[in-house]
Design a protein around this ligand. Structure first.
Ligand SMILES: CCCCCCCC/C=C\CCCCCCCC(=O)SCCNC(=O)CCNC(=O)[C@H](O)C(C)(C)COP(=O)(O)OP(=O)(O)OC[C@H]1O[C@@H](n2cnc3c(N)ncnc32)[C@H](O)[C@@H]1OP(=O)(O)O
Ligand SMILES: CCCCCCCC/C=C\CCCCCCCC(=O)OC[C@@H](O)COP(=O)(O)O
Length: 443
């Protein structure tokens, strides 16, 4: 009786005809050489000895499977040795369809041309060969990548087996493992869009945290403490980040930002990536209204505080109202502009959320104009649910200012409606015309 332990889930698209694969009665994946590779095959698996079609294997590894008690990477190495690994597509629970890389026609081409003898006639495979990677693989997967992967896998194996016996050997093989991490990382970045998604997100947060470490002393040197002028420092430090993430901004309506004196900028809020667009167009002496939780975001929080960001407690409307009333006074006293996200939270549902009233009360209290700025939808390059984070272009449309001179609290509702309608139609317009992601990965 097989015990299925919680283990790694991963996807393999073997992409070659698979006379070597068959489902055993127990549901484990075996080769014709009867070597149990230690995989439980999930119900999504299409696997047939007769069909000889490309097989997508959604594997589930459990440590006490079959005759081997192996590291999942080692199990992959065995697949590789049997010429079954076409490419490693994902390491964490991807949707099965997301790694349907090789179409059947591709496989037919393969069959028609140069299926390696070992793969075509796996009966001769003794399972121990370290022989060359079949030439055919190099058409899609660079040969050196597979070599490095195999190297990594053997190094991992050696480390596992030697660590309990000889510490000397173990430390040298550990070095081997360390050296193979960068290429493995590249391989994953190249082959798995899910991995790219998490990698880019983590990189973004980590990089911003590092930049903030730099920003703190610079801000202190510039202004000696909390000051809106620090936003210049922050702006210049953040401007390059878009390049690192493969993002491009197309800004229109610059002339509308040429307004003198204080004003309130309102914009839609899709993700923390908005900070990058915000820094593209941020005028001088402009700071933001943000949720108070942001102040606890480590070095980023400290930087936000130094940049004069006004923190509000969204859960306590009365507190938020008094902080914003205070901000309206400061706007006038210190000639400051304020950037507010009137949706009050992040939203990536392809439309705007109903606006909160604070930004409009603020503008009316300060008798300052409102300048709406619309970010086009991120959905052509960034999909949270689908775990996609490609390169892409974001359109920023700066709309003409809306005057609030002579308005009172009674006008807040109509001011809100007017701003919402203008921004909504601009959002739909710029999102519609946004070019398709320029870094789409094809899987
Ligand atoms: C180099 C270094 C690198 C690293 C450093 C990186 C640095 C990065 C730098 C910079 C990036 C910064 C990026 C920041 C991004 C942050 C974004 C966010 O955090 S978004 C969340 C917070 N934003 C908001 O919530 C919007 C503002 N919210 C509001 O304005 C709300 O209106 C609020 C909170 C004040 C109240 O919200 P309610 O949920 O209670 O709902 P309601 O309907 O709007 O208001 C309730 C009643 O209160 C009245 N009211 C609201 N505000 C009022 C006011 N100011 N005066 C009088 N009445 C007011 C309204 O009229 C309404 O009353 P009646 O229904 O009309 O009777
Ligand atoms: C306890 C808070 C921890 C937050 C940790 C965030 C660390 C972020 C580090 C680097 C990213 C730099 C950009 C920071 C500015 C992004 C601020 C932001 O986008 O906050 C979300 C807020 O608008 C809406 O929050 P909710 O959608 O209501 O939730």
């Amino acid at each position: 009786m097989m015990v299925q332990e919680p283990g790694w889930e991963f996807g393999l698209d073997t992409g070659v005809s698979t006379p070597t694969l068959a489902m055993s009665a127990t549901g484990s994946l075996v080769t014709t050489g009867s070597q149990d590779l230690g995989f439980n095959v999930s119900s999504e698996t299409r696997c047939s000895r007769q069909d000889r079609v490309p097989v997508s294997v959604l594997g589930h590894w459990g440590s006490n499977r079959g005759q081997r008690d192996e590291h999942p990477l080692l199990a992959l190495q065995h697949l590789y040795q049997h010429h079954l690994v076409w490419s490693i597509q994902g390491w964490t629970r991807p949707a099965p369809l997301s790694f349907q890389r090789n179409q059947q026609c591709e496989a037919q081409q393969m069959r028609g041309t140069s299926i390696p003898a070992a793969a075509a006639a796996p009966q001769h495979d003794d399972g121990d060969d370290d022989d060359a990677i079949p030439a055919t693989f190099s058409r899609d997967v660079p040969r050196w990548f597979l070599c490095l992967l195999a190297h990594f896998l053997s190094a991992t194996n050696t480390t596992t087996t030697t660590s309990s016996t000889t510490t000397g050997t173990s430390s040298s093989t550990r070095m081997d493992v360390l050296w193979t991490i960068p290429p493995l990382l590249l391989l994953l970045l190249w082959s798995s869009s899910t991995f790219v998604f998490y990698f880019k997100k983590c990189f973004y947060v980590a990089w911003m945290m590092c930049l903030a470490v730099l920003a703190i002393p610079l801000c202190l040197l510039k202004s000696g403490g909390r000051d809106v002028e620090n936003m210049r420092v922050i702006r210049s430090l953040v401007r390059h980040v878009k390049h690192l993430l493969g993002l491009r901004f197309e800004v229109s309506g610059w002339e509308h930002l040429q307004t003198k004196g204080p004003y309130v900028i309102i914009s839609n809020h899709q993700s923390s990536l908005d900070v990058l667009g915000l820094m593209e167009v941020l005028p001088d002496r402009c700071t933001m209204i943000a949720k108070k939780e942001l102040i606890y975001a480590g070095t980023v929080g400290i930087t936000c505080w130094l940049g004069g960001i006004v923190f509000i407690n969204r859960k306590k409307t009365s507190d938020a109202k008094s902080v914003m009333a205070e901000a309206a006074k400061t706007m006038l006293d210190d000639q400051i502009r304020l950037w507010v996200f009137p949706e009050g939270t992040r939203n990536q549902r392809g439309d705007l959320l109903p606006f909160k009233k604070g930004a409009f009360h603020l503008a009316v209290a300060a008798q300052a104009p409102i300048i709406p700025i619309v970010f086009s939808s991120y959905s052509n390059f960034y999909l949270r649910k689908e775990k996609q984070f490609n390169s892409g272009t974001i359109r920023l449309k700066i709309l003409p200012k809306i005057d609030t001179k002579g308005m009172t609290t009674e006008d807040v509702a109509s001011l809100l409606d007017k701003s919402f309608n203008l921004m909504r139609s601009a959002f739909l317009e710029v999102s519609d015309s946004v070019p398709q992601s320029n870094g789409t990965r094809c899987h």
